[in-house]
Design a protein around this ligand. Structure first.
Ligand code: CMP
Length: 131
């Protein structure tokens, strides 16, 4: 059984949709293994998103992700990394398939409600920020 990370971002925690996002995980066969809320420091946010350090949106991304509470959820399922990316949908909510978490809860490409690890290796790395 594979484990991965879903992180609920500040726009979604501020809008009180944490429970509805967890319901979508459970309805789609994911077992919730652990949950932790957290407020990223600048240094943690820069390390979490280090692959994007050279992107033009990096500073905005770090400002946004440190602006409020995030919730880290460790989930378990067969093919969890791939299955969670499918349930989360495209980065830009406007392009996300209807019914995906970002299509339902995302506001913009930056304020897109959730983050999901994109590989098994990144799941291990990103889970270690919370657990
Ligand atoms: P996430 O899956 O958390 O991974 C990196 C994040 O950077 C992404 O979701 C978006 O929130 C953000 N992002 C990606 N592309 C852009 C962009 N063009 N402009 C602003 N933010 C972006």
């Amino acid at each position: 059984m594979e484990r991965t990370l879903l992180m609920i971002k500040p726009d979604a925690t501020a809008r009180n949709v944490i429970g509805r996002i967890i319901s979508m995980l459970e309805e789609n066969g994911f077992k919730v293994v652990a949950i932790k809320s957290k407020h990223f420091s600048r240094e943690e946010a820069e390390r979490f998103y280090e692959v994007h350090r050279d992107k033009p949106f990096f500073d905005d991304l770090v400002n946004y992700i440190t602006s409020g509470m995030v919730v880290g959820i460790m989930v378990e399922r067969e093919n969890a990394v791939k299955a969670l990316r499918e349930l989360v949908g495209a980065t830009n909510p406007k392009e996300a398939r209807p019914g995906t978490i970002r299509a339902v809860f995302g506001e913009s490409i930056e304020r897109n409600a959730v983050h999901a690890s994109d590989s098994y290796e990144n799941a291990q790395r990103e889970l270690s920020f919370f657990f």
